[in-house]
Design a protein around this ligand. Sequence first.
Ligand code: CIR
Length: 262
Amino acid sequence: MQTVFAFNNALVREPAASVVQGLRAEDRGTPTLAGVRAEHDAYVAALQAEGVDVERLPPLEAFPDSIFVEDPALVFPEGAILLRPGAASRFGETAAIAPALRRRFARVLDLPPPGFADGGDVLVLPGRVLIGRSARTDATGAAALVAALAELGRKAEIVHTPPGVLHFKSDCSLLDETTVLSTTRLAASGIFAGLRVLLVPDGEEAAANALRVNGAVLLGTGFPATATLLRGAGYRVVELAVQQVGLLDAGLSCMSLRWHAL
Ligand code: CIR
């Protein structure tokens, strides 16, 4: 059976100099271009070390947040879906990434207007996809996405993102076929019933945006209690710095589109 975390291909986009002006809900300082580049390079190297073939797309100065390629599209072995990002400054990222996806996928669907949906709000589980409504993914966009996923043969459910959390996946990630890592505030809604849930220790909420890639769980540095929890549960944890992209409300899942090419 093909798992939902077996990846042999990924797309990333190099950070543009404008990345330092990326969106943030709260100003906790401005990242440096060199700092973002270093974190991005280490991230690409970590994907490659796990056996993923990574294509690096060129930087886009006009779109400061375009390094976060997870948001304008969704990819599956069976095809891709071009999304409609909910932040006005990011809307044009979809047209910018479309050619790369058309080159790589025989089937590319468009999310129809007028709704909005960001890939950061989409968690792919075995057998179903969860779509979190958020400030970026509205009810219309989520419903249109359910229909687009159905065209690809995927069942989806619409759920809620806790208030004040940027994206659904800011607060959770898949660890294996039956286990998720989640913040307490997200898991409290009961949406993960039927799955094993490992709760991120208090004070380390940003660690929830981890990324399972083949045999490894990529985790941000600076979350020692979460690293201990995951290692204790038997996962091979690879820690990667995310302090610079963290200033832009981003984490590990946001910086790539990953899929298993058949
Ligand atoms: C934004 O606000 O859109 C970017 N600064 C961060 C996007 C992070 N993406 C994600 O969590 N999927």
